[in-house]
Design a protein around this ligand. Structure first.
Ligand SMILES: [Zn+2]
Length: 319
C-alpha cells in the first residue's frame, strides 16, 4: 500500500523534487570528522546513543508493513538512540487507522496525524470519507491534520481534485483548531495560494520533508511556518542546497523527521545498518540527521536537539 510521502521503493521515490541542485558526487565516501560548518563535504560524526539527547521524530510511517516483523525492536532501538517521541504520519484513511493502532501500543511515546496525501486526494470525495476523516481527527491521539497538500510531480490524483482535497482538510483543521502537517512537491505557487486563504484560521502548520529552494523557504518563513528536515540533507548530491539553507530556519521553527522506512540517509555508515544492502530507514537513525543538521547550522547537536524538541512539543501541543 502506498503510504507517507513516498511510494513503493524505500529510497528513490519520495516527496522531494528530482531537480534539486546537485553537488559533485566525489565526496560520497566522506565520513571524516566535522570541519567548519558551511560547505564542508564531510559527514559530521554521529551523535552516539546515550549522549543525553531527547528527540522527536515528527514524521515516520511506522504502520508500514516493512515494520511488521520487528516493530517493537525498531521502537526499542529508537528509544535507545534518544528518540523519545514519534509522530506517525497518517496519509490516507486506512493508513491513519493503522497508525492509530500502532500509537495505541505505545501511548506514552507516540502520537499520529490524520489526513489524506495528495496522491489519494480522490478518496476524500468518496461517500462517507469526510465523515470518516472527521471521526479520526477527533481521536485524542491525533495531534495534527494531514499529511495534506499538493503533489504535481506525480499527479496520482488530478490537480483540481488535489486542490479541493487540500482545501477541505485545511477547513476541517481550522474547524477543530488542529495544526497541519503539509506536503508540497512541484506545486509551490498553488500550494501558497491555497494556504494563504486558510493560514489566518489555523493554529500552526509545518512543511514536512522540505527539499525546496531558498525562495520557497523564504515564503514559508515569511508565513511563520515550521519546517521539517529529513535525511535528504545527508545526500551529498540531491541535498547539497539544503546544507546552505538549513541555517536560515529559526531554531524554534525547525523540526526533524526520518520519513522511515523511506529516505535512508545516504551517508549513514554501513556499520549502522542491520545487514549489508539494507535500505530500510528507521527512527533510530534520527540522531544521524540531527548531527548533519547541527553541523551545517554551526550548532552543537545538543543545541539543535533541545531546540527542535521544544519546537515539536510546541507544534503538536505535546508538552
Ligand atoms: Zn510528504
Amino acid at each position: 500500500m502506498l503510504q507517507g510521502c513516498t511510494a513503493w521503493v524505500l529510497d528513490s521515490v519520495n516527496c522531494a523534487p528530482m531537480n534539486a541542485p546537485h553537488a559533485s558526487p566525489a565526496d560520497s565516501a566522506a565520513k571524516s570528522s566535522a570541519k567548519s560548518p558551511g560547505n564542508s563535504p564531510a559527514a559530521p560524526p554521529d551523535v552516539s546513543p546515550g549522549a543525553g539527547i531527547s528527540l522527536v521524530d515528527i514524521g515516520l510511517n511506522l504502520g508500514h508493513d516493512s515494520f511488521d516483523e520487528d516493530r517493537a525492536a525498531v521502537v526499542a532501538r529508537a528509544q535507545a538512540a534518544g528518540v523519545a517521541r514519534m509522530v506517525i504520519t497518517g496519509a490516507s484513511l486506512p493508513g491513519t487507522e493503522r497508525a492509530l493502532e500502532v500509537v495505541r501500543q505505545w501511548p506514552e511515546t507516540m502520537r499520529c496525524t490524520a489526513g489524506i496525501h495528495p496522491h489519494h486526494a480522490t478518496d476524500l470525495f468518496e461517500p462517507g470519507a469526510e465523515e470518516r476523516l472527521r471521526a479520526l481527527i477527533q481521536q485524542p491521539e491525533i495531534v495534527a491534520g494531514g499529511e495534506c497538500g499538493l503533489d504535481f510531480f506525480r499527479n496520482f490524483s488530478p490537480q483540481p481534485i488535489q486542490i479541493a482535497a487540500f482545501e477541505k482538510q485545511l477547513e476541517v483543521c481550522a474547524e477543530y483548531q488542529l495544526p497541519v502537517f503539509l506536503h508540497q512537491r512541484d506545486a509551490h505557487p498553488d500550494f501558497i495560494k491555497v494556504l494563504d486563504r486558510w493560514l489566518p484560521q489555523l493554529p500552526r502548520a509545518v512543511v514536512h520533508c522540505f527539499t525546496g529552494t531558498g525562495d520557497e523557504l523564504q515564503d514559508y518563513l515569511d508565513r511563520d511556518l515550521y519546517v521539517g528536515i529529513t535525511g535528504w540533507i545527508c545526500d551529498e548530491r540531491r541535498g547539497h542546497h539544503l546544507r546552505e539553507l538549513v541555517g536560515r530556519i529559526p531554531l524554534h521553527r525547525l523540526m526533524l523527521e526520518t520519513d522511515a522506512p523511506y529516505l535512508l540517509p545516504r551517508d549513514l555508515p554501513k556499520t549502522r545498518l542491520r545487514h549489508s544492502g539494507d535500505r530500510r530507514n528507521e527512527p533510530a537513525y534520527l540522531p544521524h540527521i540531527l548531527a548533519t543538521v547541527a553541523h551545517y547550522r554551526g550548532e552543537t547537536p545538543e543545541t539543535t536537539a533541545a531546540g527542535t524538541t521544544a519546537a515539536a512539543q510546541n507544534f503538536f501541543g505535546w508538552p
